[in-house]
Ligand binder design. Structure first.
Ligand SMILES: Cc1cc2nc3c(=O)[nH]c(=O)nc-3n(C[C@H](O)[C@H](O)[C@H](O)COP(=O)(O)O)c2cc1C
Length: 306
């Protein structure tokens, strides 16, 4: 590997390299651990957890689209307690940072999960606010500044010394408004973007291809949206950013970092190539070396807008 310092900081947590894996696309790492040492990764955002186990949505819940996929998996997971007992000890055997990802029906549920996870000793908690608030009539937390702030505040109150990273939804008119609200509520970092709502219809049956009718779009198609949103958010707040959305190459990662991300996450690309995060890391290191950088972190925020 070229002689570039690949270490980066994200909310006070040191990552050995800036490439982590995105929540929901890596399970709890067991399948991928058959391919390589998970200690090669900068970090692992585990599959989204809820307070109680969930079966997720009915099938079909994944469909291909031009340059991406649509999913409506619906947070199938064994629940936070099973994660702590059965999955975390396994993940802890690898020399990488463990980021737990949580979704709640109410702010209180986020609080309870933060307490359990901070006691269990994860390195960071990623708070997914792209889920509906049961008490607010199903409105997604991530679409309203006051709801996003309320969840952030509750999470911070119960996370102890574990940094809280809030994952922003792109399904909003102005993402900087939500980013500012979350920063004001005490978040330690932001991650973006989550999936973009989309729909596909089978013209013969006239049925939507997903049982839930709509789903979240991810994959290469969303990269330019992710780069634009990271750039906007980086100018609006001082918080460090974990950038993601459609990344599959070193140049994709460099774009997200130049836009303002301190670290990046590979998601959908993993489904086509389990080695994608390592490829992105090595290509990013090569790119940084070619550009004569001593540290990959010099890319962060380095875009020169016209
Ligand atoms: C099948 C699938 C499941 C996902 N599950 C979660 C999840 O549980 N929690 C979460 O915050 N994001 C989840 N995401 C969103 C990804 O973490 C990521 O933000 C998004 O897919 C954009 O990155 P990508 O284009 O590289 O996949 C999921 C994405 C996919 C495709």
């Amino acid at each position: 590997m070229p002689d570039v310092n690949m270490q980066v900081e994200l909310a006070g947590v040191t990552l050995k390299n800036p490439v982590v894996v995105a929540s929901g696309t890596f399970g709890f790492g067991r399948e991928y651990s058959q391919f390589y040492d998970l200690g090669e990764l900068g970090g692992i955002c585990a599959k989204g957890l809820t307070l109680r186990p969930r079966n997720g949505n009915p099938a079909p819940r994944i469909a291909e689209t031009p340059m991406g996929i649509l999913n409506s998996v619906g947070l199938e997971n064994p629940g936070v307690d099973a994660f702590i007992q059965e999955e975390l000890p396994f993940l802890r055997t690898f020399d990488t940072k463990m980021i737990a990802n949580i979704s709640g029906n109410t702010p209180e549920e986020y609080g309870v999960m933060c307490e359990k996870l901070s006691a269990a000793g994860v390195d960071m908690i990623e708070v997914n606010i792209s889920c509906p608030n049961v008490k607010a009539g199903g409105l997604a937390y991530g679409t309203r500044p006051e709801l996003a702030a309320e969840v952030t505040e509750t999470a911070k109150k119960h996370a102890g010394s574990v940094p809280v990273m809030v994952k922003l939804s792109p399904n909003v008119t102005d993402i900087t408004e939500i980013a500012r609200a979350v920063e004001g509520a005490g978040a330690d970092a932001l991650s973006l973007i989550n999936t973009i709502r989309g729909m596909r219809i089978d013209v013969n049956t006239r049925r939507p291809v997903l049982k839930m009718n709509t789903g979240g779009l991810s994959g290469p198609a969303v990269l330019p949206v992710a780069v634009r949103m990271v750039w906007e958010v980086a100018q609006a707040v001082k918080l460090p950013i974990l950038g993601m959305g459609g990344m599959s190459k070193g140049t994709d990662a460099a774009q997200l970092m130049l836009a303002g991300a301190s670290a990046v996450a590979v998601g959908t690309a993993l489904f086509a190539d389990p080695f994608a995060p390592l490829k992105v890391r090595d290509e990013l290191a090569d790119l940084a070396a070619r550009q004569g950088l001593a540290s990959v972190s010099e890319l962060t925020g380095g875009v020169r807008p016209w």
